[in-house]
Design a protein around this ligand. Structure first.
Ligand SMILES: Cc1cc2nc3c(=O)[nH]c(=O)nc-3n(C[C@H](O)[C@H](O)[C@H](O)COP(=O)(O)OP(=O)(O)OC[C@H]3O[C@@H](n4cnc5c(N)ncnc54)[C@H](O)[C@@H]3O)c2cc1C
Length: 384
């Protein structure tokens, strides 16, 4: 049995950030990862907003494949709306970023164990025990960062079941084609392209992009997201070279509450800390991991390992992003109910008359509702 102050299960961005911040605050930290290599295969569009990245981390230049200042929305009937008034977005290299975060954790003193899946966890007196095929690890605080397929929280009594409508089934590929624009992230909507979701094209370099789509779990069955993706690529980028085609799920639910239980904490996708409308979870994971690691270390440093102290993680998360995340869930529900193809086309039609350099997300929102006052009333009811 190896004993630590804090154990983190899962070395994705949330887990590595938790390990780094807990170790930098002076604690004996262990990071357990089931895979041999983190970040591969990449199951991510790799898109992140400027602030989502720079507010939480000092990125290495090699983590950023592309910087983009333009977003294009394509409506179901093909109307293209350009948004140039938005801030910069980055397309990351997750393979490099995830593996560098683990290296940073190791350099800051974290004991890292790859190929060490945690098969179950239990509380034994004051300590948590993480059982792995190699040996049992124990600690006073346990942070669960085991991603969307998280099973570990259930051992501690959390209900992590996701309704079908709260999962996006995604298919994703790396695509090489001369038709790819390097300077714009493009989003395609419509039931023909991705029922209950959207398709995205995030360019990494000239002629190369991450192309993917998500369909609502309600509309999904085995292999369906992949079929939609192949059809989408064939229609937008005929003759393209396709590699790394993978599937994966994104939790688009409300974040799990409570996030903290008796010395255990949930972070990242395991906590459903994902924007329910866009499916983006990276910025939330980086922030939540860093915050949870620091809160856990402070609790041990101050000999206050109790619910009251650890709960400050949940309070601060809620203040910074949790409220926004819950709003994104309400907005997703609203779009599910009212955002059919003809509605999206009508909005696109009215926005197409705007000057693209002055168009931003706020304007899209106000235009949507100023043209449809009845919808605004329905939306207000949903958000109350
Ligand atoms: C197709 C797709 C596209 C996406 N695109 C974007 C995007 O463009 N922008 C964005 O912001 N977000 C995107 N996301 C979401 C984003 O990838 C996640 O929100 C983010 O990776 C969450 O980080 P995490 O650390 O919580 O989980 P993960 O990155 O999933 O890491 C979890 C880690 O835990 C390990 N693990 C699991 N179980 C165990 C166990 N029992 N024992 C030990 N280790 C374990 C896993 O091997 C993994 O390394 C996308 C997701 C998908 C599926």
């Amino acid at each position: 049995m190896s004993e630590f102050d804090i154990i983190i299960a899962g070395a994705g961005p949330a887990g590595s950030m938790a390990a780094i911040s807990a170790s930098k605050a002076g604690r004996k930290v262990c990071l357990l990862e089931r895979k041999a290599e983190v970040g591969v295969p990449v199951r991510c569009g790799e898109g992140i907003g400027r602030r989502g990245l720079l507010d939480h981390i000092d990125p290495k230049p090699e983590w950023i494949s592309n910087t983009i200042k333009k977003a294009v929305m394509v409506s179901p009937s093909g109307i293209r709306i350009e948004l140039r008034g938005t801030s910069e977005d980055f397309i990351l290299d997750r393979e490099k970023m995830d593996s560098d975060l683990v290296k940073e954790a190791i350099n800051s003193g974290v004991s890292y164990f790859a190929e060490t899946p945690v098969t179950s966890v239990k509380k034994n007196g004051e300590l948590y025990e993480c059982i792995t095929p190699k040996k049992t690890f124990s600690s006073r605080i346990l942070i669960l960062a085991d991603g969307v397929e998280s099973r570990l929280a259930r051992f501690l009594g959390w209900d992590t079941t996701l309704a079908l409508s709260d999962v996006e089934t995604c298919a994703f590929a790396r695509v090489v084609s001369p038709l790819i624009e390097k300077n714009a992230c493009i989003f395609f909507t419509g039931t023909r392209v991705a029922p209950g979701g959207y398709a995205w094209v995030f360019p990494r370099a000239v002629g190369e992009a991450n192309v993917g789509l998500g369909i609502s779990g309600n509309n999904s069955e085995p292999g369906k997201a992949k079929q939609y993706l192949e059809r989408f690529i064939e229609s937008e980028f005929p003759g393209a070279r396709i590699s790394n085609l993978h599937c994966g799920g994104v939790p688009v639910a409300r974040y799990i509450r409570p996030l903290v239980k008796d010395g255990a904490m949930l972070v990242g996708d395991a906590a459903r800390q994902v924007n329910s409308l866009s499916g983006a979870g990276l910025a939330y994971s980086l922030y939540a991991g860093k915050l949870a690691g620091k809160t856990a270390a402070d609790a041990i440093n101050g000999n206050t390992v109790n619910y009251k102290h650890l709960k400050t993680y949940e309070k601060n998360w809620h203040k910074k992003f949790g409220k926004q995340q819950l709003r994104s869930y309400s907005l997703k529900k609203f779009v599910e109910k009212y955002g059919d193809d003809s509605f999206l086309d009508r909005i696109a039609q009215s926005l197409s008359k705007e000057d693209p350099s002055k168009l931003n997300y706020l304007k899209v929102f106000t235009r949507t509702f100023s043209g449809h006052p009845l919808l605004l009333i329905k939306a207000i009811k949903l958000f109350r």
